[in-house]
Design a protein around this ligand. Structure first.
Ligand SMILES: *Cc1c(COP(=O)(O)O)cnc(C)c1O
Length: 418
């Protein structure tokens, strides 16, 4: 399988090249040259990890990773992903049982395990650079913690993430350092982008990205959708909290591969640009609005370029996609309603999926739970008026010593860390 750039289909790359580069040389995003239909024949054997190793073979057939795929998948899918039925119409697929209690653990663990085996000839020291608005940094820091010859630098906007999210970023020590940037998330992203185009840094270091455009995160994220569809008796409908469109695009790819997925609803927070795109088929990115579901605060979704690429090849896909934008007031109401109705505690992101479900009027929906509510206890506890017990993985992380460090919001401050 070769991968091409969304901007020039004539440029072809191996998966190993794509994983190491992150972004295509023309600035586009890597996409599979074709998504072969008929893969629904890959049957769920004993576990999601086995299923993943089998399905991902087609994407890694010319990769040095082919031999170690089972081992990589064991790690990425090494935690439970229970599908819980709440009533006749609603089930929840919980992707919240990984080491940092968010679905991003799947992609981060896969990427870290894959990178261990991907070593280009030059022996430059390796640095993973991440800008995070909350959960990505924690999952990436955890996944790369202790990995040999790899440093991780995480930038996050000072004062704009939850206390527990900050603890998850700043507790890894040794090879993983996190810095509170005196600026916004957009400024953090700008600093990271500038580092990637800095020739001096490039000369001395092998810079790696771990953001949601990395194929090392997207490809494994297809698995839980494909597996759920492959094990269901009838076709399934998914409602997916999404912001940068990584989580939702993975479902669209799984459907394109031929798995028995009927409809896909993208549950957005007040950042509604994607909903308007699906209505008008015209893409107008917007300024980012800060919301209670902060991990989805994205006005200009990076993976939009991949979705539009796919829709230009398969316009039928429009008929299966809908989106619903959810306000902060609706998120609060929904956290309370879902607790009363189902005795179920939901994080603000997953609440967007619960709200969208009431608008879809589908006979059966699978909602994706993207983070454990305990990570957002400051918001959720006052709404449901009871304390939330933290899962043991989170307890363990919160028990670790942590260190808050600050840097200015400019490239020079970032370069000084090298
Ligand atoms: C990152 C994140 C999302 C959004 O995922 P995308 O891939 O950006 O669509 C939703 N919920 C939580 C909890 C997240 O951490």
């Amino acid at each position: 399988m070769k991968f091409v750039s969304t901007r020039h289909r004539s440029m072809r790359f191996s998966i190993d090249e794509a994983l190491l580069a992150g972004l295509a040389p023309d600035g586009g995003l890597f996409v599979p040259e074709l998504l072969p239909k008929g893969n629904s024949k890959v049957l769920p054997t004993t576990s999601m990890a086995d299923f993943a190793a089998e399905l991902l073979k087609i994407f890694f057939n010319d990769s040095v990773l082919l031999k170690v795929l089972p081992e990589i998948c064991e790690r990425a899918f090494g935690f439970e992903t229970p599908l819980k039925r709440l009533n006749k119409e609603i089930s929840v697929l919980e992707l919240t049982h990984g080491p940092t209690c968010a679905f991003k653990d799947v992609g981060a663990q896969f990427l870290a395990a894959a990178m261990k085996h991907l070593r280009p000839d030059n022996n430059k020291p390796r640095v993973v650079l991440v800008a995070t608005s909350g959960d990505t940094g924690g999952a990436v820091g955890c996944a790369f913690s202790g990995q040999e010859n790899t440093r991780v630098i995480i930038l996050y906007p000072k004062g704009r993430i939850s206390d527990r999210q900050e603890r998850q970023l700043t507790c890894w020590q040794k090879n993983v350092s996190a810095y509170a940037v005196k600026g916004t998330f957009d400024e953090c992203q700008k600093m990271v982008k500038a580092a990637f185009t800095d020739s001096e840094l490039q000369k001395n270091w092998q810079l790696l990205s771990a953001n949601s455009i990395s194929l090392g995160r997207l490809l494994p994220q297809m698995i839980y959708y494909a597996y759920t569809a492959a094990t269901a008796k009838t076709s399934v409908n998914f409602i997916i909290p999404t912001g940068n469109l990584g989580n939702a695009l993975a479902a669209v790819w799984a459907k394109e591969l031929g798995f028995n997925i009927d409809k896909i609803c993208l549950a957005l927070n007040a950042n509604s640009a994607i909903a308007e795109f699906l209505k008008t088929k015209e893409w107008h990115p917007k300024e980012t609005i800060a919301t209670l579901a902060n991990a989805m605060d994205v006005g200009n979704a990076s993976n939009m370029e991949r979705l539009r690429d796919l829709l230009s090849i398969d316009p039928q896909m429009y008929n299966s996609l809908t989106a619903w934008s959810v306000s902060d007031a609706e998120i609060r109401e929904t956290i309370q309603r879902v607790y009363k109705e189902f005795n179920y505690v939901t994080c603000p992101h997953t609440a967007c999926a619960f709200y969208a479900q009431t608008k879809m009027k589908w006979s059966d929906s699978i909602l994706i739970s993207t983070a454990d509510a305990a990570k957002f206890n400051d918001l959720v506890e006052p709404i449901i008026k009871r304390p939330i017990e933290a899962p043991s993985d989170l307890e363990r992380i919160l028990g670790r010593p942590f260190e808050r460090k600050e840097i200015a919001a400019n490239e020079a401050a970032l370069k000084a860390l090298f």
